[in-house]
Write a protein that binds this ligand. Structure first.
Ligand code: SF4
Length: 238
């Protein structure tokens, strides 16, 4: 049974971390909630620091937990295919999860995925905020309900608003968390450039769907909206 409170990740984030690599190294020691106890390792985001699109999923799965990389299991393979079909440039993607440790239940020797609770989402959110501050994406893609809860709040319904471009960070649950971003190594901050967010289903939902072809087409259609938004967005200055 999950603990109902957790200290949260904030105190594990080095305030002077300037790069994603520094954040990733610090996240390896995070004890912000109890999920670190049973998981193999922290699975932090991956992708180029100058990536223009950030895709946020739920949490690492069994294979991701073993490899220490996000989206390397079956859902990740499907996502890569959908990204290609949507004509999103894979070199422009940064992939991460709302919760950075694998939550599971042991059944015999099998580790069965368990959806993170709100307490885990809240505890892990500071890592997402820190990633966003360094990445300053041009388009944000939220994959599934857990990521939507982490970024947009518990009342957001992916089923109702999927595929719709929303203003970011205005549509965030706490927009102030995402509004100011560092601009130099001296601690200077500025307003984050306005951008867009789009929610869609998690690729694992396609794998579970009765009609997988239809679910896959829906995912590609949503990602195509993101690809077009990216094409219409001016590349930010470095
Ligand atoms: S799930 Fe997030 S908050 Fe919890 S221990 Fe892992 S990195 Fe820290």
């Amino acid at each position: 049974m999950a603990e109902q409170t957790a200290p949260g990740a904030q105190r594990f984030i080095p305030p002077d971390a300037e790069t994603i690599d520094e954040l990733r190294a610090a996240a390896g020691g995070c004890r912000g909630c109890e999920l670190y106890r049973d998981a193999s390792q922290t699975v932090f985001g991956r992708g180029d620091e100058s990536a223009r699109v950030v895709l946020v999923g739920e949490q690492p799965g069994d294979m991701e937990d073993q490899k220490g990389l996000p989206f390397v299991g079956p859902a990740g393979r499907l996502l890569r295919r959908a990204v290609d079909d949507a004509k999103l440039d894979p070199t422009q993607l940064y992939l991460t999860n709302a919760v950075k440790h694998f939550r599971f239940e042991l059944r015999g020797k099998r580790r069965i995925h368990q959806t993170p609770d709100q307490v885990h989402i809240t505890a892990c959110r500071p890592w997402l905020v820190a990633e966003f501050a360094r990445l300053r994406p041009d388009v944000v893609v939220v994959l599934g309900a857990t990521a939507a809860k982490a970024l947009l709040g518990p009342s957001f319904r992916v089923t109702r608003q999927r595929g719709e471009l929303l203003p970011w960070p205005e549509s965030a649950q706490h927009p102030e968390d995402f509004r100011r971003v560092p601009v130099d190594n001296a601690g200077e901050v500025a307003d984050a450039p306005p951008t867009r967010l789009l929610a869609t289903i998690h690729p694992s939902a396609v794998l579970r769907a009765d009609d997988q072809d239809k679910a896959y087409e829906g995912l590609v259609a949503d990602l195509t909206v993101a690809a077009r938004a990216l094409a219409g967005q001016r590349r930010r200055s470095p």
